[in-house]
Each structure stands twice: as C-alpha cells, then as structure tokens.
Ligand binder design. Structure first.
Ligand code: NAD
Length: 337
C-alpha cells in the first residue's frame, strides 16, 4: 500500500477546488487549508467534509500544527514566494500554481531554495496535460513536418474577470501568456534567446493594465515564435490554449486543442506550389488531464523518484519569457533572455 502523503493547501480561492479534486483522486490526506481570508478555507472545508480542525488563517501555524509532506500553493502570484520559501524551509515538497513567481529575482531565490533543501518544487502548467497536448509534442518531434522553423499562436479571449487580474500591470503576459510560452517549449523542445514585445491596453479594455500583447521570440534551433494575444477581445474567441500553427521544413502542423494534424509535402512540386497531403496524429488523448494529471505526475515522482516535467529549474525558463517580454515592452526594443 502507498505511504500516506499529508497535504496542506495554501490559498482557498477559485482554483483550489481543482486542487482538492486532484488530491482526492490521488488519495492524499488533506490535513490543512490555509487562507488569509479564513472564510475561504472554511468554505472549502465544508464542501469537502474536512472538519474545522484543518482550517488556518496563518501559514506558520498551519505548517507547525499539521506537519505536511507537501504544500499545494494556490495563492495569488505575489504570495507564491513567501509560501514556497516557508514551505521548503519547513521540509515540505511544493507544487505551486503558475506563475512560478511575480519577479525573476524571487523566482531565482525559490529555485535556489529548492536546490538547497533538496525538496521537489514544481509548477502547475496544466495546459501541458490537455488531452492532446502530449500528442502534439510527439507529432512535432516525429519529424512529420521536418525541422521546425516558425511557431505562431493566437490567443484571443474576452474574459470579464473580477479580482486581482483587473488590477495587474500586465494581466495577459503574467497571468495567461505563461501557459502559451511554456507550451511553445513543450511542443518544440526549444528554449528562449531573445524577445521583442509590444504590450498595450486597447480601446474599450476593462482592465487597468496592458491586456493585449504581440511578442516575437528568437528560440534555440533557429526557431521564431510569434505570440499575439488579448484578454479583452470580443468575438471569434480562440480556444483557451490558443490557436497554433507550427511551420517546418516539410509542412505545417495545426493544433486547436483537438487532434494534431498537418499538411506535408508529397513528392516534387509542380508549378508554383508543392503537392501536399493531410496527416493526423494517431496518438490517443490523455485520459487523466489538466490539474489532476500534473498533480499525479508530481506525486508519482515523490513516491517512485523522477523529475516532474514542470520542475522549477526548468519552468523558470518559461517565466523568463514573460519577464523578458515585459522588459522589452518597457524598453521599446528587443532584449536577450
Ligand atoms: N492553472 C490554471 O489554469 C489557473 C487558472 C486560474 C488561476 N490560476 C492561478 O492560480 C492562482 C490562484 O488563482 P485564483 O483564481 O484561485 O485566485 P483567487 O483570488 O480566487 O484565490 C486566491 C486565494 O489565495 C488567498 N491568499 C492570498 N494571499 C495569501 C497568503 N499569503 N496566504 C494564504 N492565502 C492567501 C486569497 O485570500 C484567496 O482566497 C494564481 O497564481 C493564478 O494565476 C491558474
């Protein structure tokens, strides 16, 4: 029988429901729920029949009294540093919500702390576990479109949020684009080298900060990655993971969260254009997906050894794309990453 794993969940707002569900499906023992708004922790405790003893409004007390093996950090981005540093110092492993941190300096400190303590610290990048995302990675790495040269993604969603996003300086780049940037690394295996970004807040936006952005990344392996996105675009919304076109030396693959498919060159070209044929990925979609799959992989690594694909030392490269884009926008010119 698997050894019991005790979990403390920090931050009991909107996302914590998905984490509690994942904890239940992995048979983890939730020994604590902590939130600076105690009523949020109490609500989750009631919903999941956990009793009042698990509820805390202060992290130190929760760590001391419940002695968890793992902390799930579902707090707002500004709190990730404090929660993770304290949890690692208390000898816990941490799986935290994206983005890893709200600055590169803080992110580096968190990665260093994980190395010093020898504890696992990974980040929730649930888009990596969309049903057909691994199939897309496999499709691209199979060489079906040849060598990748260009990645284009459009993300256009008119999201009428309430809460922290409406007040962020860069709600799109910091809160959402991290998913797409990370997924570009998942699909291509390439890492970022430089970025030019123009972020802006379009007319009619209901955000205080810059809710739209265009970014051009130079990636390793001579790949150019173009990202166009908006949180305040009404009509013709794209899928949450965006609408993807990946161009290679032998064809073009597309992905809209469904089955990956491509048009690839067939034989010699006649006249102006090549003859192409349509090919589809034959890979089966994941059965366990999203938050549950990411939690599952993390717990499996704890139980059996191994490194989660969203380990902080790798995930910080995706975060560096976010902060590189923000710096480029501020300077009005391309910056190295
Ligand atoms: N992976 C995804 O698909 C996805 C989707 C939405 C949000 N998120 C991320 O999840 C995180 C939480 O987002 P949300 O929508 O649940 O936000 P939310 O505001 O609904 O909930 C955050 C909770 O954290 C609590 N909190 C804040 N500081 C705290 C602290 N120091 N200690 C304890 N509790 C604290 C707040 O009181 C609140 O209850 C963010 O990092 C966000 O970017 C991820």
């Amino acid at each position: 029988m698997d050894q019991e794993i005790k979990v403390l969940i920090a931050g009991c707002g909107g996302m914590s429901g998905a984490w509690l569900k994942a904890a239940e499906s992995e048979n983890l023992t939730v020994t604590g729920l902590v939130d600076i708004k105690r009523e949020n922790a109490e609500k989750r405790a009631r919903e999941h029949d956990l009793g009042r003893d698990v509820v805390f409004d202060e992290l130190d007390a929760a760590l001391h009294e419940t002695k968890p093996d793992v902390v799930f950090d579902c707090t707002v981005p500004e709190a990730h540093h404090e929660i993770t540093m304290k949890a690692l110092d208390a000898g816990c492993h941490v799986l935290g919500e994206k983005p890893l941190a709200d600055s590169m300096q803080r992110a580096r400190e968190m990665v260093e702390k994980a190395e010093q303590t020898g504890k696992l610290y990974a980040v929730m990048q649930n888009r990596r576990y969309l049903p057909t995302a691994p199939a897309m990675t496999e499709f691209i790495s199979s060489g079906v479109i040849g060598e990748v040269t260009t990645v284009n993604v459009d993300f256009y969603i008119g999201a009428h949020f309430k809460g922290f996003r409406t007040r962020m300086q860069h709600p799109l780049l910091l809160d959402m684009a991290i998913h797409t940037f990370d997924q570009a690394r998942q699909f291509t295996g390439a890492d970022p080298l430089s970025v030019y970004c123009k972020a802006f807040n379009p007319k009619g936006s209901w955000y205080e900060g810059k809710a739209s952005a265009m970014c051009i990344f130079e990636m390793s392996d001579d790949i150019v990655f173009n990202y166009r996105g908006s949180w305040c675009s009404e009509g013709y919304n794209t899928p949450w993971a965006g609408s993807w076109r990946i161009v290679g030396t032998k064809g073009t693959a597309k992905w809209d969260e469904g089955k990956p498919h491509a048009e690839v060159v067939e034989g010699e070209y006649k006249g102006m254009r090549s003859e192409v044929k349509e090919v589809e990925s034959g890979a089966q979609p994941l059965e366990i997906t999203g938050h549950t799959a990411c939690v599952k992989e993390f717990i499996q690594c704890l139980r059996e050894g191994g490194t989660p694909q969203t380990i902080c030392s790798d995930n910080i490269k995706s975060l560096s794309m976010v902060f590189g884009a923000i710096e480029s926008d501020k300077k009005g010119k391309p910056v190295g990453i």
